[in-house]
Write a protein that binds this ligand. Structure first.
Ligand SMILES: [Zn+2]
Length: 477
């Protein structure tokens, strides 16, 4: 049963990641290149992500709906930047039912266009606004170089689409959803993020302004963890989404879109994982607690299992897995659940039963340091506190790592070194040509222009032109 050891995270981060995703049974490669199969353990994590986001989306007035997979090809062409941005990645259906189609159908890469078409039909008056809809679906973008969760041809996500009467409202919605994502990332996934605006070059194709939350992975590369776009009136004009205002004048709507995808699972793996495997953030973990019985003979087994029955009934508020597979040793089970990142392990042996105690082991602190003996009486409170403590502890660890690898280079030579193994927070002129040169020379791209700016002025780290904003540069997934 012995499995090959996981590659060390520090030796080969990429190999560590690929093998971990497979070994932890989060996902597998599909027969079609670039596609992935999300296995039950990975899907359970995604369902918990969905639940945490749905709660926030609904609390801010949004409703879920479902839109079709196919989009008429002429829809995509109506917004110029949008089609230019997406055309290289489109999957197009030309044959249906054995016959060539009159108009090819596009497998949705995102739904702004079909949303635009339907909103134009539904919105007539200021009384119909705002429209606040979210979709949970999968989309297809043809990718040549793929990596499970991070970049696949088909991926799962949510896409929010809203329409508003005024530009101000649309702007406020864009920022509100960015805040929702930040709150989710930090308070559910324990992933610290930087909120900011995307540069013109990095913004969504067809957006007026894009915002993102950016997270630092364990190898210091950046991952765009979610985006929120102010679409201005671009799609409203392309699809004639108009309404009659209170004065009976026809006005264009102002729209937004925002999304978070299964890429976020990649972030959870790469932010928290270690050489032993995954570390699941307690609030999203498919199993928050695993119980491993320890016994040597059938008599001990029945004593231990009876005690576990009582323990399980105390823990009904938590997601608990009892690993009662008889054919495996406790040691094997410990390793397996460590690899799969379960935050808390409870060990119960005959001696523990006799003393009315259990052994608690926390995943984020391996070895003796993370183990303690606690009473069965009141165990549910101890577990609740421990899960909170683990959340705080892994968040703090990730935040310290982010701060330690966030550099403020003094000149371009320092900048080059900074982005080799970290992020650079630096003055940048805002010029697209300058940004492209930096990318060619260092592979670092602008991740975001942080919303927190102190209002000072500086000079661009690369070209020396005046700069009014500090920008995060990093190599990114
Ligand atoms: Zn510059």
């Amino acid at each position: 049963m012995a499995k090959e050891r996981l590659p060390s995270r520090s030796d080969n981060f990429s190999d560590w990641y690929n093998k971990l995703v497979l070994r932890a049974e989060l996902a597998d490669y599909a027969p079609v290149r670039g596609c992935m199969v999300i296995r039950p353990y990975g899907w359970a994590l995604w369902e918990n992500i969905q639940a945490a986001l749905n709660q926030r989306f609904k609390a801010t007035g949004h409703e879920n709906a479902a839109f079709p997979l196919f989009i008429p090809s002429n829809f995509m062409e109506r917004e110029r930047e949008h089609i230019e941005g997406f055309s290289p990645e489109l999957a197009v259906v030309t044959i249906g039912g054995g016959e060539e189609l009159e108009e090819p159908l596009i497998v949705r890469p995102t739904s702004e266009t079909i949303i635009g078409h339907m909103y134009a039909k539904w919105i007539k008056s200021y009384r119909d606004l705002p429209v606040l809809i979210n979709l949970w679906n999968s989309v297809v973008r043809w990718e040549l170089r793929t990596k499970l969760f991070l970049r696949t041809t088909e991926f799962y996500w949510q896409e929010g689409h809203t329409a508003h009467a005024t530009e101000e409202e649309a702007k406020a919605e864009t920022r509100q959803m960015l805040d929702v994502y930040e709150d989710f990332a930090e308070n559910e996934a324990a992933v610290p993020v930087v909120k900011g605006r995307k540069s013109e070059r990095e913004k969504f194709a067809g957006a007026k302004q894009s915002f993102s939350i950016e997270a630092m992975m364990g190898d210091t590369r950046a991952l765009q963890a979610a985006t929120s776009h102010n679409l201005g009136d671009n799609f409203a004009r392309a699809f004639e989404i108009r309404y009659l205002d209170r004065e009976n004048t026809l006005q264009y709507c102002w729209t937004t879109s925002w999304g978070l995808s299964t890429r976020f699972i990649g972030a959870i793996i790469m932010v928290h994982g270690d050489d032993q495997g995954l570390i699941m953030p307690p609030k999203l973990a498919p199993y928050q607690v695993v119980i491993v019985p320890i016994f040597k003979n059938p008599d001990e087994r029945s004593v231990v299992m009876e005690a576990i029955d009582t323990i399980q009934s105390k823990l009904f508020d938590f997601r608990v897995k009892l690993d009662d597979r008889d054919e495996l040793t406790p040691g094997f089970k410990f390793n397996e659940w460590e690899l799969r990142g379960v935050p808390v392990r409870i060990e119960v042996g005959p001696k523990d039963v006799a003393k009315g105690t259990v052994i608690l082991a926390r995943r984020d602190l391996p070895g003796k340091e993370g183990k303690k003996i606690v009473k069965q009486n009141g165990l549910e409170n101890v577990v609740a506190e421990l899960l909170d403590e683990i959340h705080a502890s892994i968040y703090k660890r990730a935040k310290s790592f982010q701060e330690a690898n966030m550099h403020s280079p003094k000149d371009y030579d320092e900048f080059i070194k900074a982005v080799e193994h970290g992020w650079a927070n630096t003055w940048w002129c805002g010029d697209q040509a300058c940004e492209a040169e930096i990318k060619d020379e260092t592979k670092a791209t602008t991740r975001c222009i942080p919303l927190d700016q102190n209002g000072e002025k500086g000079i661009c780290i690369h070209c020396g032109q005046p700069a009014t904003e500090r920008v995060i540069f990093a190599r990114a997934y």
